[in-house]
Structures are given as C-alpha cells and as structure tokens.
Design a protein around this ligand. Sequence first.
Ligand code: UD1
Length: 337
Amino acid sequence: MRVLVSGGAGYIGSHTVLALIEAGHDILVVDDFSNAKPTVVGRLEALSGRHIPVHAFDLTDADKTSHLFDTETIDAVIHFAGYKAVGESVAKPLSYYENNLGSTFSLVRAMQRHGVHKLVFSSSATVYGTDQAAATEDRPTFATNPYGWTKVMQEQILRDVAAADPDSRFALLRYFNPVGAHPSGTIGEDPSDVPNNLMPYIAQVAVGRREKLQVFGDDYDTVDGTGVRDYIHVEDLAAGHVAALEALERTEEPVSTWNLGTGRGTSVLELLHAFERAVGRELPYEVVARRAGDVAASYADPSKANAELGWRTVKTVDEMCADTWRWQSQNPDGYPD
Ligand code: UD1
C-alpha cells in the first residue's frame, strides 16, 4: 500500500514509518514540524536506505490537504499529527480543539473526495478517563482534560463518518504509554520543552539535563504507592500500526477499536530502577505531591488486539530503558536543528 503518514516526523510516526517500509509498504509523510525537527528525515533515510517524501504543511489547511490527494496516489492514511500535551491543552483549549479536530476534518474530507477508505487513527488510553485499569475496548469513553476530549471527539467523528459510509475501514488505536527508541539510537523521543512524561524525564536526569526526578505521589493503592502504567516499546507500537493497517484489508467492520499495550503495569519506581540498571548507576529522585488528574493505575487488556491483529508486544521494560538510554546518551540534546 502507499500510506500517507501524518505526523510522520514525530516520535511514534517516525518509528512507524520505518516499520511500514520494512513491511514492504510505500510511504509519504505530511508534517508541519511544529513539534518535530526536519533532521529526523535524514536519519530515517539512513536507516531505511530509502528516500522519504515529505510534505511540510499544516493539515488544518483543507486546500493544501486536498491538493496533496489530487497529486499523490494514496491507498491508506495513518493519522498521528496532533497536539498532545495535557497541561498545555488546559491552558489553550481552543488551539487543541482547532488543531486536532481541524486536521481530522481536512484529512477525512480529502479521503472521501478521493475514495480512500482506510484510516488508522492515533487514539489514547486517555479516552478511558479515570477508569484505565485493565481497560477493555467496550468501556464508555470520556476525558478529564481538553487533550483527552479531542481524542474522544475524534473517535466519535470517525465512528459517525463510518456509519454513514459502510465502505469505511477505520482503526481507532488506543495507545497506553509509548517509550523506548529504535535500537540504533539514532531516532527517539525529543521533547521540545521540559518533558511532561516520565520516561523522557528520567532519561534527561540520567544525561545531566535535569537535576532529579520528582515522583508524583507515593501513596496510591499500588505495589509501592507510585503510579502504575502500561509502558509499551515504540517499536511494538509501530508493529501494531502495521498489523492494524493490514487487518483493515480483511475486516468487514467499518470501525475497529484496539488497545495497544502490554497488559502489564510498571510503577514509577520500578521504571526508575530499570533505567538505573540500563545506565549502570543510581539516579536522584524525590517524592512530591500527586499530580492533578493522575490515576493510580492504567494498563491495557490487549486481548482483542492480540486475537484480531495477530500482534503482541515482545519487548521488555529493560529493553525499553536500554533503547531509551542509547538514544538519549548518543543525542543528549535531541535532534540537531
Ligand atoms: C500522560 C497524560 C495522558 C497522555 C499520556 C501521553 C496526564 C495526566 N496524562 O499519561 O493523558 O495520553 O501522558 O503519553 O498528563 N510521573 C512522575 N514524575 C514525572 C512524570 C510522571 O512521577 O516527572 C508519574 C506520573 O504521576 C504517572 C507516571 O509517572 O504515575 C506516568 O506519567 P506520564 O508519563 O506523564 O504518563 P501518563 O500520566 O500515563
């Protein structure tokens, strides 16, 4: 298939580009580089040995999006592009709704005009709201912040579009906590600001960019009192996208929803200690107050994806940490400008 990857220069998008090429697909990327560096593209070309065609524009521009579909052959779309910082979404809700919903409107409109039916959408476990432990896909969806609502709303929009056009083949992929990096250490997660998420924060402490980790609460009802999450290696997640895309060729369902997670929970302190093993030394941390809006535990029930996609995660938490550390230590300041 010739697959348009929106947000293909981003963290999950870049790893998925490689997985698609390895699986024999042809790709083109659209990215506005609002949260990615153009230098990632050369690294993807070096790893894949292929030219990566990149269209640099903002998908909320419906005319440019339509023009792209007029001029390129596109069989399927994987839609990663979107704003994703929870705290920023609370401060700038309108930007989140405009950008995340607007890009989906342009893309789906262009797909309809050009008879493209296959779409894989980047959703999130955030759609389970405060009910994220052992989550199955049939749980009701809701959100606790504007970022989360954009995911809930985009899922609903896609379900409604698919109900009106039974030729649709849409996959809604609910990711748990993506971490890790390509084993080469040349591509990985590169937060543009202070990391909001745990793994990139630990990695920056290890490399000396941050003084110490703040552990947000140790009085949850969990194994050691710290928050539990389902960390999934970004390469397993990328493989899940390839499997979902290929499943869309077989299924008769206009919409399919799949959790992409390992099904196993890891606490903040367990992840920190695994990272310490990867680095070979102890890392400084302090316990501080809980972060507003956090849940005690979030982990997938991935059995539906395992059965229907023939996909399962293979990478361990130790591999996630070793690969993150290789990326971070080889690129202490992230991608070059
Ligand atoms: C967060 C978002 C979620 C989003 C996901 C994207 C919030 C409340 N939730 O999920 O909506 O889909 O990122 O990846 O922001 N922690 C620390 N110290 C830190 C950072 C995190 O102790 O400096 C803890 C958190 O309290 C949590 C765990 O580490 O228990 C994981 O946090 P994080 O990586 O931010 O992911 P989520 O909260 O699961």
